[in-house]
Design a binder for this molecule. Structure first.
Ligand SMILES: Nc1ncnc2c1ncn2[C@@H]1O[C@H](COP(=O)(O)OP(=O)(O)O)[C@@H](O)[C@H]1O
Ligand SMILES: [Mg+2]
Length: 248
């Protein structure tokens, strides 16, 4: 008898978060603010997790902690590489810097415009740093600026003079031009026009199909409904006046 065994192919994990907690010490108020407590989840290649929760629930703080802009109070953020596992919560700053350049992207609605750097150069930079020849990376940058609806006349201009919406589009083009392994998205579509939102969602779909793992908060979650594999719901932690919540 010819037995066929089908083995479900599970994509390899990218991130294993275990018992992650973050609190802010409000020294001037002599209190501790608990942003989130004991978060655990796993994110695999090509998976998309939608992060939900009311204002102040800790969504941005969780994303910033995963990106290591904040150090957690407790827990582990195991990032799986081909060479092994790196705990983002305790890795050296130099290793975090390398990962941010090559593998882990953070997308917000805000552009970090640098003086006297043209929009197309800013967008091309991640490709150039990854080794793509300058001319080629510029062609790709213009393609993405165009896809996000930045007018051609602006490509060689300085984004510091752009409107908020234009800056946001330059920011998205730069953040998404180089496929990363892990993308953290903090309301990237807030205040974007419909066409730019559409271009963004299309790009996220391509990235997901190519195996990029994503976790993010969306102002218009219906835009990305077809991409969502799982949801994580953060609840605001109520602080009572009890002594156990008061910082010493
Ligand atoms: N750097 C900080 N210092 C102190 N408190 C902060 C800081 N960042 C965020 N918080 C507080 O942490 C809580 C969660 O904020 P945030 O993560 O921005 O929520 P969300 O993105 O879900 O709206 C809020 O009460 C906010 O005021
Ligand atoms: Mg937020």
């Amino acid at each position: 008898m010819n037995m066929q065994v089908s083995i479900a192919k599970t994509p390899p994990p990218v991130l294993s978060v275990d018992g992650l907690s973050k609190q802010f010490e409000m020294h001037h108020l002599k209190r501790t603010l608990f942003a989130f407590e004991d978060i655990s989840f796993e994110l695999s290649e090509g998976e998309f997790i939608l992060l939900k929760g009311e204002n102040g629930a800790g969504k941005s703080t969780l994303l910033r902690t995963l990106y290591r802009s904040y150090l957690p109070r407790a827990g582990r953020v195991a990032y799986h590489t081909k060479e092994g596992i790196i705990d983002l919560a305790s890795a050296a700053d130099v290793d975090i810097a390398i990962l941010r350049r090559r593998e882990i992207g953070f997308v917000t609605q805000f552009l970090n415009a640098r003086p006297r750097v043209a929009a197309e150069e800013l967008v091309a930079e991640p490709l150039r740093l990854a080794g793509t020849p300058h001319a080629e990376s510029l062609v790709e940058a213009r393609r993405w600026l165009s896809a996000f609806g930045v007018k051609k006349q602006l490509w060689a201009a300085y984004p510091s003079t752009f409107s908020g919406g234009e800056q946001q589009k330059v920011n998205l083009a730069r953040a998404l031009i180089l496929p990363q392994r892990l993308l953290l998205l903090d309301e990237p579509t807030a205040s974007l026009d419909r066409d730019a939102r559409k271009a963004l969602v299309e790009r996220l779909g391509q990235l997901k199909a190519s195996g990029v793992a994503m976790i993010g908060v969306f102002h218009h979650p219906e835009d990305v409904e077809h991409l969502i594999d799982r949801e994580i719901h953060l609840k605001a932690i109520k602080i009572e006046d009890g002594a156990d919540h008061v910082a010493q």
